[in-house]
Design a protein around this ligand. Structure first.
Ligand SMILES: Cc1cc2nc3c(=O)[nH]c(=O)nc-3n(C[C@H](O)[C@H](O)[C@H](O)COP(=O)(O)OP(=O)(O)OC[C@H]3O[C@@H](n4cnc5c(N)ncnc54)[C@H](O)[C@@H]3O)c2cc1C
Length: 494
């Protein structure tokens, strides 16, 4: 029948899925239908509202070295030009400040070679750290087989032990000696004592402008006035206004394959009913592990299914905590987030949402609204703890390291996030075989963080979506450009 539009079913309304839908509407005549398992858009970059306070799942900086992505952002939402501007749909320019909390003291992040660092560490730790660093410089480099080798080569053993060993294990649940150097090193790629020193020097001499700044050291970013979820809600509204469809509470449970193409999808609605939708294209941002399990294809190789089923993930829990004041520096700090490196607590990071945007906080003047971040694995002790017990434990921890007083707590909430981090160990090293199989399904395009099993930022997810729509618009089934997106891997906070 002439004139009938083709349909692209997009799995997931996170940054990748929403970007893909918008691009399809702008650049093709294909109708996007997004199936989203949750009841809100934004994916991991959504903003949660709790009793008048808004919080991210981890703080979400909008930062990209890709002009294409930055243009896309500003095309959706302008930057607030002046603080007197009262518009609500704007990006704010925000200063980044993050420090390390260790030995009940604040250290610069990344660690600087300042007098304060040495004073905080004390005489004997300083001597050890400097000695260890010089030893690492003078000694032949260790072959970089593990993340531990990577850190020791750049920082020396004592600094590695103080600032990286325990924290890395907290985040990934695995000791750095058992993690590949290629993977975790993305987090601090380009970072070394020398990079930190150069940055300090540049700041002191004012020669930083125009020069290349290591992305781990970026000090300014843009941020939607009401959090990242606001931005993605604006995009979702534009998609709906442009004729796209977004079905919330719709979890994809099956994909039917015929002759190397996906012909239809099954999804479960909130009421438990199973529905079917036909498709011409599928753009998937759901985890590869789940996607492979959902594919009904007689030709699916067992080995590929085994690899996908073994893909590792790290899960995440955040506690929103509203307090009257902090026990630190007169009740407030100016950090956007703080890395907690104390050994006696399980919390990994502390977000101070007032400093991301004062508009996130119901009563910004009189309260401090925080996100306490814990890294865990589905089914482990932290994951299984009830919300109430978890909050109690989190409050005890924060009070125990003298950041708050328990009696100042006003409100709290507890949020679990499955598969927040695709991890790079185990069967990840065989991912190419899964990619090869998935690429062979002509009308299926895998995008985004879990969609490509890539520890990424929003800009990477968006670029994979843009490349996928380009391929579809050009009638191509070659997916290599989508997998090859490589947006500044150095910068990873979350
Ligand atoms: C703690 C933390 C902090 C971060 N900080 C930053 C930051 O500062 N800056 C930055 O740029 N990035 C940051 N990120 C990364 C950012 O969140 C991701 O890059 C981005 O959200 C990935 O978008 P996506 O669309 O690929 O995936 P997701 O955001 O994961 O979205 C996927 C969507 O698919 C849905 N879905 C899954 N399975 C199904 C199914 N079967 N059926 C239907 N729907 C399904 C999910 O519900 C979800 O909505 C951070 C991440 C974390 C965890």
């Amino acid at each position: 029948m002439a004139g009938k539009k083709k349909t692209a079913v997009i799995i997931g309304a996170g940054p990748a899925g929403l970007t893909a839908a918008r691009e399809l509407l702008e650049k093709t005549d294909i109708r996007p239908v997004i199936l989203e398992a949750e009841e809100a858009v934004g994916g991991i970059a959504r903003t949660i509202c709790h009793n008048g306070n808004r919080m991210d799942i981890g703080g979400h900086r909008f930062f990209s070295k890709s002009p294409e992505v930055v243009f896309w952002w500003y095309n959706m939402m302008p930057l607030q030009e002046q603080s007197s501007d009262t518009s609500d749909e704007v990006f704010l320019k925000r200063p980044r400040k993050s420090r390390i909390f260790f030995l009940r003291k604040f250290f610069d992040y990344p660690v600087t070679l300042s007098g304060r660092t040495f004073a905080n560490m004390g005489f004997s730790r300083t001597i050890k750290a400097v000695g260890g660093y010089l030893l690492a410089l003078l000694h032949p480099r260790r072959p970089e087989k593990s993340l531990e080798d990577f850190y020791i080569n750049r920082f020396g053993k004592p600094l590695y032990r103080m600032f990286f060993e325990h924290y890395t294990e907290k985040v990934w649940g695995i000791h750095p000696s058992a993690l590949g150097a290629d993977w975790g090193s993305q987090r601090v790629k380009g970072l070394s004592v020398w990079a930190v020193f150069k940055d300090m020097l540049a700041k002191k001499t004012g020669r930083k402008k125009g020069g290349k700044v290591e992305t781990s050291l970026i000090e300014e970013f843009i941020y939607p006035k009401y959090g990242p979820g606001q931005f993605w809600e604006v995009v979702a509204d534009k998609i709906k206004a442009g004729g796209g469809e977004i079905l919330l509470n719709s979890r994809v449970t099956g994909l039917d394959v015929d002759d190397c193409n996906v012909t239809s999808l099954e999804y479960r609605s909130k009421d438990g009913s199973i529905n079917t939708i036909d498709c011409d294209y599928v753009l998937s941002t759901m985890p590869i592990k789940d996607l492979m399990a959902a594919i009904h294809d007689a030709g699916k190789p067992d080995d590929v299914s085994r690899i996908a089923a073994g893909l590792p993930y790290r899960d995440f829990i955040t506690v929103g905590l509203c307090v009257k004041k902090l026990k630190l520096s007169g009740g407030r700090v100016s950090d956007t987030w703080i890395y907690i490196q104390e050994r006696d607590v399980r919390i990994g990071r502390l977000q101070i949402f007032n400093n991301w945007s004062p508009y996130l906080v119901g009563d910004n003047e009189n309260t401090v609204w925080m996100g306490l971040e814990y890294f865990c694995s589905e089914g482990d002790e932290l994951w299984e703890m009830s919300g109430e017990d978890f909050i109690k434990m989190a409050v005890d921890e924060l009070a125990g390291i003298d950041i708050i007083s328990k009696e100042d707590v006003l409100d709290s909430c507890h949020v679990r996030v499955r598969k927040a981090y695709p991890a790079y160990y185990g069967s990840y090293y065989e991912l190419d075989k899964v990619k090869e199989y998935l690429n062979g399904l002509g009308n299926l395009f895998c995008l985004g963080r879990n969609g490509q099993h890539r520890y990424n930022n929003m800009d990477h997810s968006m670029l994979t979506a843009i490349r996928a729509v380009e391929a579809i618009a050009g009638g191509k089934t070659d997916k290599s450009a989508i997998w090859a997106v490589n947006s500044e891997e150095e910068y990873h906070e979350g």
